[in-house]
Structure formats: C-alpha cells, structure tokens
Design a protein around this ligand. Sequence first.
Ligand code: GLY
Length: 377
Amino acid sequence: MTADVVVAGGGLIGLSTAWRAAQRGLSVTVVDDAAGSGASAAAAGMLAPVTEAGYAEEPLLRLGLASLQRWPGFAADVERASGLPVGLRTAGTLVVGFDDDDVRELDALHAFQRELGLAAERLTPRATRAREPSLTPRVRGGLFVAGDHSVDGRALHAALLVAARAAGVAVVPARVAALLVDGGRAAGVGLAGGGEVPAGAVVLALGAHSAGLPGVPPLPVRPVKGQILRLAGAAGLLEGTVRALVRGRHVYLVPYAGDRLVVGATTEDRGFDATVTAGAVHELLHDAIEVVPGVSELELAETLARWRPGTADNAPLLGPSGLPGLVLATGHHRNGVLLTPVTAEVVTEFLVTGELPALAAPFTADRSAPDPMRSRS
Ligand code: GLY
C-alpha cells in the first residue's frame, strides 16, 4: 500500500511531524534504523530562543519565540497521547559571567535583548547567587531570562514514539538509503538492504544526514559536531538552566530527570567525526566545575558526540524543496528541540493544504544566502 507520507528520519523533528500529520488524517510511515539516536539523543533540550539569540538572526528568533509559545500545549498533548512525562522544566535560564570581558559580553547581550523587546533581567552577583546558590561566589554578574525553559529530549522522544504509533504511524526500522524519484517528483524512499517505501510525499527529516541522501537535490546542510556530557547525582544542584561565559568560553548546564545534568557543548566543523576527545571532556568539565564547584562530586555517566544539522544562516529549511513531493524539515542546527512543535505544525499544514504558513515563509530552501559579514554562529 502507498502511504500518503513517508518521513525519512525518526528523530524529534520527524516523529513529531509524523504524529501531527497522522492526527490530521494522513497515512504516515516513518523510516529510521535507530530512531532517536542521532542529535535527538545528544540534545540538552534547551527551549531558549532568548539566550540562544544571535546577532542578525531576528527571523530565527521570531520562529523560536513562536515555537516556545506552543511548548506548554505541545508537551501536554504528547503527555496525554502517550501517558508518559516529557520533563518540561519552566524554571528559566540564568546566564552568568566571570571576568570583566564576560561581564561586558553579558551587558552587550542584555542591550541586544532589550533592543528586541525581550524580557531579561540583569542581576548583581549577589542576586545571581540567590537564584542558584550552588554557583561559585566568583561569579561577577548574571542575566535571568524567566521565559527560557528546557525539556528532557530523550523522554520526549520516547513519548512521541508512543503517541505517533497510537495515532496510526507505522515505524519501519531500516536505514533510508535513497530518495525515490518518479516522473520528476519524490515517490518514496529506498531502504538499505533492499526494499522500498512508496509514498505520495516524502518529508526529509534526516538532520545532518539530509544533504547526502542519493536522489535529494543539493541542500546547504552540513554536520556541526557537538560533544556533550551527562552526569548523575545532581538532585537539587540547580533549579534551572545555567549558561556561563568562563573567560570567553561558553558552557551550559541543564538539569533534568531527577538527578541528571547535561553539560555542553562543543561546536566543531569536523564532518561526521564521532570521536569524544579528552580535550573537549576536560574543557567542558573544567568550565562546569568553575561555575558550579559541586559538579566535581557528580558521576560522569555518559559522553557522546553527535552532529547538529547546520545551515549558512543557522536557521532551518522548512517546506517545499524544489522537487515536487519532497518536503523539508531539516537544518535546525542548535534549535531542534525548541523548534519541534512549530516545525511539526507548519510542515503538517503544508502536507495537508499545500500552503506553507506565513510564519515559515522566511525558512524555505530558496531564501537568499545571508551576508557573511552580518552573521555570527
Ligand atoms: N542548543 C545547544 C547546542 O546546540 O549545543
């Protein structure tokens, strides 16, 4: 039988889109040989458009804010449909700085946020530590963003899998090896080891692997390596996310699921290199312990490296691709978890009606390339 839609990739973006499309009455198959083991497994789960905002990235910021607004309803829907918790944490995000240069960067970030009308509160060192008492007394100042939250990405993936299956989504555990093209339009996917999944439309949600799939037209998506650490024994250590500037270096600490803490992340252009390096683990732990000395007592439970799907302007590729029948849901770079609800919504709308909502119009693949002098990662 030919499905209405086949989704290539069963990470957070692919699964949530499949689920929403099935809820709108489409027959949907997801193909992935290891669903949720890519960037979704590494993601810290920050829902942080304000503290992740980059200069000259206002359209991405607007999309992030729109998605953030959808998060409480989305999380409640997934939890209702699956019966599983997704670990939405709404304690806000604190950005802290260590030396004079870090504090100057905090001030510049605060000025940028105010210019854009974003809610952020500049804090004295004392007020910063009052928010998170486990911070080192050497912290020189902070910026509190009450609206930037987090979610447990792995719990979310497990819940989405249950919700999607309950809505009728079929999940095929095979590797997508090629896009099938017939009569000038996408017609399904070919599987590694043989076999095909024919469909009326194909959603490309393979993250960093989206560009290399045979049959897919050239796409500006590249792997951006991130190394990340997971620690255990952190119950009560932090209330919410802490992002720190440690003498010019960035580190973040995100508490989740009882006693767990994520510390991340490197940002490296090294292709699909999966090595966890001693240097990266050392640097991340060193900076995390500088910020929250209690981290030195925790168990280092897991280290891993995965690849963000990077684009030239750090924004996703959504909707039409230039090849009829091939629909893009990729290129989410640092914001895959944050942008999950809005991506599922706009891509599903496009699949059902053929119209891409206005909110997503700046993110089609045919947008002009950014001026490199104005962009910053
Ligand atoms: N959003 C955090 C990261 O990409 O490391």
